[in-house]
Design a binder for this molecule. Structure first.
Ligand SMILES: *[C@@H]1O[C@H](CO)[C@@H](O)[C@H](O)[C@H]1NC(C)=O
Ligand SMILES: *[C@@H]1O[C@H](CO)[C@@H](O)[C@H](O)[C@H]1NC(C)=O
Ligand SMILES: *[C@@H]1O[C@H](CO)[C@@H](O)[C@H](O)[C@H]1NC(C)=O
Ligand SMILES: *[C@@H]1O[C@H](CO)[C@@H](O)[C@H](O)[C@H]1NC(C)=O
Ligand SMILES: *[C@@H]1O[C@H](CO)[C@@H](O)[C@H](O)[C@H]1NC(C)=O
Ligand SMILES: *[C@@H]1O[C@H](CO)[C@@H](O)[C@H](O)[C@H]1NC(C)=O
Ligand SMILES: *[C@@H]1O[C@H](CO)[C@@H](O)[C@H](O)[C@H]1NC(C)=O
Ligand SMILES: [Cu+2]
Length: 601
């Protein structure tokens, strides 16, 4: 049919309509989210969140232009749930973005909820729960959008999906409770027990000599970034986070949690040996390395399954491709006329409950009583006032069409991968480690790349800084957060409220969304406190704990906890402080932080 039509000299719009009509399909998924058991590292069987009785959960696959319907039933019984489709713009369907407490109320146990959106972009994505702390329990899977007009289609023979992840033997809810606790004043993140590839270890990818495969590599981990390399083979990077790039040769790549790369790998012409594919967790992220942790995971390119699977040799140093060097093939120029620039300064500190929180500009994120999208929809022109979303929402109101610049200073010695919903961001500047504040760096726009790399998840280095730009061309309430799930838990989150008055006249919230809120008594109108009369009255809003009492410092808490731990270990029991016994790993972490902080012990 396409052949015969191409014989006509048809006006371009007719061809366009034809191609849309002929290609667009509706892809429907019925997902029952429920507990299953799994043992992906072969060390420990545990309860895991699966779909329709299965884990790993299925890959979602669609074409650009398709409508996707996901009917979700929450069969967990003991936890709310929901799905976010990581990286999708959801242009015109912000209410389907799946950010819990922001664009919808979470789906209560026993509840049903339908996501319904069209796909506007090709590339490698993933879907996961956006209920706080939930996806590392298993609710994370690939989302692949095929491109009927792919500019790289002729560069490879076959595509292969390969996921990376990290794995905890404990469930997230107890881990979160321990993490956000006075017994963990330094905010040491729980270290995973294992690295996984394709949610397992020792996976084998059967390959044929001479063929070129496009590996779509997705880091679905909670915390760990991974270095990845193919022993004996080189990669050509052709896509990051849904952005096609000029092919870039690489021996090793680095994927933070939530990042994706498509790489072309051409096989050798002979089948005399098989080769490891190695993933190695970035141990810099971990405050302490637990005894027995194997931070590496191996899969194999199998040319001949009668031949051995050789162990990977260790590499001496990690020297991954720097994604800042990538150039999008659409050559989208630097957004050089900034309309609205603001800072997000990252810091970690203790609050009055002794736990360690993460802050943007002195505010740690706390979910408002009313999901911010519903605040935007129900407050008329006052929706343009960031104050009504609550101080702990870290809300920024962006006007339609503006070029937005985010200057991020990481005043923390950790690496953080920042993700924005609803957009790609140009990475116009990234400092090295320990560079300090951007404002002190004497960098100007003349130093920025002419065609900056864009992606939806961007690494900022320890005590370094980055500058990000994007155009506010997608009305919606979009989450912006660190994609280390521990830092979502500790509050490293902001809210981009984009063109709220336009949203009021364009968005239509389906009945099942309201029903999810009703079932849990969550208000759906008014400011962050649920006040619909005086929108500037935020009394009753959710806030963070008070600051530490004067005279207390994080160092003091570390010393205090350390002495408790020491006493605990020495005396077998101590209860005056109510401190739970710390595990060996936590103990090591406390010791390491104490050593670093210089507190005498
Ligand atoms: C993968 O192989 C290694 C080395 O033989 C082994 O230690 C590990 O337990 C295996 N993992 C699984 C999940 O079977
Ligand atoms: C999905 O949304 C479209 C457009 O609003 C609507 O026509 C369709 O009925 C919806 N489908 C489902 C299953 O909700
Ligand atoms: C890896 O996982 C992807 C996505 O679930 C699947 O399509 C692929 O077949 C898996 N490959 C192997 C070798 O397990
Ligand atoms: C494999 O053989 C083809 C055809 O002879 C050649 O073009 C290609 O360079 C060879 N590839 C490798 C990796 O040697
Ligand atoms: C993991 O791999 C890295 C790099 O090859 C190596 O330095 C490290 O020792 C390995 N870790 C273990 C536990 O084997
Ligand atoms: C800032 O950079 C400009 C251009 O490279 C240079 O001329 C100037 O001296 C620098 N200023 C400082 C304070 O380093
Ligand atoms: C959203 O759609 C509008 C209208 O088609 C378009 O101008 C804009 O670029 C889109 N935004 C994104 C992020 O795709
Ligand atoms: Cu972080």
């Amino acid at each position: 049919m396409a052949m015969s039509l191409s014989n006509f000299v048809a006006p371009i719009f007719l061809l366009l309509c034809f191609s849309l009509l002929s290609r667009a399909a509706t892809v429907t998924y019925d997902f029952n989210v429920e507990w299953v058991t799994s043992n992906p590292d072969g060390q420990f069987e545990r309860r895991t969140i699966g779909i329709n009785g299965q884990w790993p959960i299925p890959a979602m696959v669609a074409n650009v232009g398709d409508r996707v319907i996901v009917n979700v039933h929450n069969g967990l019984g003991d936890w709310t749930t929901g799905l976010h489709f990581h990286g999708l713009f959801q242009n015109g369907t912000n209410q389907m973005d799946g950010a819990m407490g922001v664009t919808q109320c979470a789906i209560p146990p026993g509840g049903d909820f339908t996501y319904n959106f069209t796909i506007q972009q090709p590339g490698t994505y993933w879907y996961h729960s956006h209920v706080k702390g939930q996806y590392p329990d298993g609710l994370r899977g690939p989302l692949i959008i095929h491109d009927p007009d792919s500019p790289i289609a002729n560069m490879y023979d076959e595509e292969v999906v390969m996921t990376l992840s990290d794995w905890y033997h404990d469930e997230m809810r107890p881990l979160m409770a321990d993490f956000m606790s006075v017994t963990n004043p330094t905010g040491a993140e729980p270290v995973p027990q294992a690295a996984l590839m394709n949610e397992t270890q020792n996976a084998t990818f059967a390959v044929q000599p001479g063929r070129t495969y496009m590996f779509r590599i997705i880091n679905m981990g909670a915390f760990a970034a991974q270095y990845v390399w193919f022993v004996g083979h080189t990669m050509r990077i052709v896509e990051v986070d849904g952005v096609y790039t000029e092919p870039a040769e690489a021996n090793m790549i680095y994927l933070t949690a939530a990042q994706r790369y498509s790489v072309l790998v051409t096989m050798k012409n002979d089948t005399s040996a098989n080769f490891p594919i190695v993933g190695s967790m970035d141990e810099d992220l971990f405050d302490a390395i637990p005894d027995g942790l194997n931070s590496n995971v191996t899969s194999w390119l199998v040319y001949d399954d009668s031949k051995p699977l050789p162990a990977a040799e260790f590499v001496d140093e990690f020297d991954p491709y720097d994604d800042y060097e990538l150039v999008p093939i659409d050559a989208m120029p630097l957004l050089d006329q900034v309309d609205y620039s603001f800072n997000l300064d990252v810091k970690m500190d203790n609050l009055g409950d002794g736990a360690n929180y993460a802050f943007f500009n002195e505010h740690t994120y706390v979910h408002p009583k009313v999901p911010s999208l519903y605040t935007a929809l129900s407050t008329g022109s006052e929706a343009n006032n960031p104050a009504i979303y609550g101080a702990n929402s870290n809300a920024f109101v962006l006007q339609k069409g503006e070029v937005i610049e985010i200057v991020m200073n990481n005043e923390d010695p950790g690496k953080h991968p920042f993700h924005i919903h609803g957009h790609h961001m140009q990475l116009v500047h990234r400092s090295e480690d320990e560079a300090g504040l951007y404002e002190d760096m004497n960098v100007t726009q003349a130093d920025f790349p002419a065609t900056p790399m864009r992606r939806d998840t961007v690494l900022v280095r320890p005590n370094g800084n980055i500058v990000l730009r994007f155009r506010a061309d997608n009305p919606g309430v979009w989450f912006f957060h660190c994609h280390i799930e521990w830092h979502v838990v500790s509050g490293l989150v902001a809210t981009m409220v984009e063109a709220p008055t336009e949203l009021q006249s364009t968005l239509d919230i389906p009945e099942d969304h309201w029903a999810a809120c009703r079932a849990q008594g969550i208000p759906t109108a008014g400011n962050a406190a649920g006040n619909t009369e005086d929108l500037l009255d935020l009394s009753g809003a959710e806030t963070s704990p008070d600051p530490l009492p004067a005279g207390f410092t994080a160092r003091g808490i570390v010393a205090l906890v350390f002495s408790i731990v020491a006493a605990f270990l020495g005396m077998a029991a101590i209860s005056w402080y109510g401190a739970a016994p710390l595990g060996e790993v936590a103990m090591q972490q406390v010791q390491k932080r104490v050593a670093e902080s210089g507190v005498e012990t």
